[in-house]
Write a protein that binds this ligand. Structure first.
Ligand code: PGA
Length: 261
């Protein structure tokens, strides 16, 4: 089962790189990745909205094997939602993966579990795959509330989905206190949380679904700590913020999979 889960390494650029910088970054990334990397791992980039069309054009015209992703979207297809971008618009640009419910969206922009649930459903309805994020704050961790928090987020965010839908999506466990702080969960703590998440999926959607769903770890991932995360049995990939802005550093995180064969 674990063998069937192809690793997914995702670069979340957040609000970095204008479209010129984005083109350069993706060209450099394609150059520094070893072609053999793509045989063993999926690699996605998640540029800001204003870069997506440019990055799509470069990926497609140069036939790069990078997967195009977005960082969020609205749940409605169109309408009076000033400033928002719809899943239909992203699908039209051949976006394949959409990060949904990132803690920065939840904390800074007030996204609720219900909004996240509607976004997950909308992304799926448009033929794309959500990367569904969950994670606990430092206070919740200290109080022993990690498992309850992330389990509750998964149950709320994936409510109403079929086993097939859940089996195909990606869950990212991102402890909020580890994002952008340089603090990483220990590989054992990350594994424990990812195991809990897989158990929640098994309880709600069955064992086969739980065995198929890919679970990423995110939070201050660097080339130095990525291998320790990736050897954990329930961690199938990484959601990388800061370190994905440097193509060399990001490629070193990806390369681990090829090197271990
Ligand atoms: P970080 O961000 O790698 O910079 O901690 C991870 C994320 O927010 O997805």
């Amino acid at each position: 089962m674990a063998d069937a889960r192809r690793p997914l390494i995702s670069g979340n650029w957040k609000m970095n790189h204008n479209h010129f910088e984005a083109i350069q970054a993706v060209q450099k990334l394609a150059y520094v990745l070893n072609p053999a990397d793509h045989d063993v791992v999926d690699v996605s980039v998640h540029p800001p909205f204003t870069d997506i069309r440019s990055v799509q054009t470069v990926i497609e015209s140069d036939q790069m094997r990078l997967i195009l992703g977005a960082q969020h979207c609205h749940f409605e297809e169109k309408g009076a939602f000033t400033g928002e971008v719809s899943p239909t618009m992203l699908a039209k640009l051949n976006v394949a993966l959409v990060i949904v419910g990132h803690s920065e969206r939840r904390e800074v922009f007030g996204e609720t579990d219900e909004e996240v649930r509607r976004k997950v459903a909308a992304v799926l309805a448009n033929g794309m795959t959500p990367i569904f994020c969950c994670g606990e704050t430092q206070e919740e961790r200290v109080a022993g509330g990690t498992d309850d928090k992330v389990s509750g987020q998964v149950r709320a965010g994936l409510a109403g989905l079929s086993p097939q839908q859940v089996a195909g999506l990606v869950i990212a466990y991102e402890p909020i206190w580890a994002i952008g702080t340089g603090l990483t969960a220990t590989p054992e703590d990350a594994q424990a949380a990812c195991r809990v998440l897989r158990g929640v999926v098994a309880d709600g959607w069955g064992r086969a679904t739980a065995d198929s769903v890919r679970i990423q770890y995110g939070g201050s991932v660097k080339p130095v700590n990525a291998p320790d995360m990736m050897v954990q049995p329930d961690i199938d990939g990484l959601l990388v913020g800061g370190a994905s802005l440097d193509p060399d550093e990001f490629a070193r995180i990806v390369a681990y999979h090829r090197l271990i064969g």
